[in-house]
Design a protein around this ligand. Sequence first.
Ligand code: COA
Length: 506
Amino acid sequence: MLEQRIRNVALRSRVCTADEVQSWIQNGMTIAVSGFTKSGDAKATLQALARRKDKTGEPIKINLLSGASLGETDGILASRGLLGMRLPFQSDPDLRKSINLGEISYIDQHLSETAEWIRSGWLGDIDFAIIEATAITENGGIIPTTSVGNSPIFVEKAKRVIVEINLSLPLELEGVHDIYLPTARPNRQPIPLVNVRDRIGTTYIPCPPDKIAAVILTTAQDTPSNVSAPDAETAAMAGHILEFLSHEVNRGRLPKNIGPLQSGIGSVANAVLSGLVQGPFHDLEIYTEVMQDAAFELLDAGKVRFASSCSFTLSQAMRRHVLSRLGEYREKVVLRPQEISNHPEIVRRLGVIAINGALEVDLYGNVNSTHVSGTHMMNGVGGSGDFARNAALSIFVTKSTAKDGRISSVIPFVTHVDHPEHDVDVIVTERGIADLRGLAPRQRARTIIDHIAHPDYQDALRDYVRHAESHSGNTPHALDEAFGWHLRLQQQGDMRTMPSPVRAVN
Ligand code: COA
């Protein structure tokens, strides 16, 4: 058994326990771990570090880099005060709380960029890379598990590497990954990926055996994803998107199989993708950073012919299903490093159709995906910016209201901009679809109000536009009112409590 998991003979003598290895971690160190949207994250060593903190209470804080969010480990570390700096993405309630209290320095980053920052030395030295693996090859190559994330650059740049071999995962994972690292800048060679299914690298992360300081054996499971099931509103959004894409195909503006799809994280994006199972499209391709349950539903329904991703982020039931059928999926699925799955060059070249979630959108098409009321971090921008900026078609989805209608997701001015108007082609809510392509700002405002805003807020939005336009401008705003809706929410807990009309409108 161990022979198959650790094929390099010398490395078999470096098997240690997580409790031994965690003692190497010192206050102030920078630790880089595998893991992307709760999958394939290195769990054993960091959770052993948390146990040490519980036992000794010593003041220790680490800077923690990863691919994206970890599973429960993010919360375990945050709740014990073990994190000084965290980068580049998270989605854990406890970690979110500490970030918003200012206890942890959180750097929210386009996920394709972390590797470049590390390559450029901007984040300093990495003391340890801790990588969850299926197996280690004869030459030290590390075969990742359910995600690739930033592991290749972490392994290349870290001073020492710790490998956590997860014995609960099938060896059939070998062959799912395609590891490619871009060449040095400037004069970098083009990335030789021109089809979603192209394989351009190795099935393992190259690593000199001597760099591997320890091998830990574990059976810890990925934290299951907890996206809510599709509901009437998300089903309506999926319907609008299907109708829109069919229209684009009929007009000859999209190919019959619509082009490679990217779908973001979250319940809404998952439900929208799931709606394609009933749709008219066949031979679909997926070029994305995270495959949620819906992507596998589409594969199983025979709608998708190939999917390229950086991770599998699955519910418990879907995870069991996928891991038991890896032999089949391996022919139709590839996992890549996030700098490749999200690379602007490739997203632009392939003509990806990007579908991402928004918290709020404004009248001119700017999108806030991250900061509640402009200040409180939800998750992070993740890969949404990598895709939205470079996609052939950039679609954002959100319910038209949040918190039982007390919050309108369509507001005069977003309180934080993740995706400027220039990166947003289409916005969809359960009310309908706002196609902003070819529209000037004033036209966009009318389209957005008429097609996607909730009826409870439409009159107030029209009132705002009339007032704003009385101040003139290419993108008219009434700056004294632009954030008035959020102030009302803050003071009265409801955006619907509108001030009485005070303006004479001609
Ligand atoms: N103000 C305050 N809260 C809001 C809100 C708003 N305007 N809009 C939504 N919310 C709340 C919801 O009420 C819900 O809260 P709950 O968890 O307490 O129920 C939460 O935000 C999630 O909203 P939901 O409508 O369920 O959507 P979602 O699960 O699809 O998530 C985002 C939406 C924007 C948070 C999510 O898409 C995201 O994190 N995006 C950024 C990262 C990304 O896009 N990555 C893409 C590549 S993977």
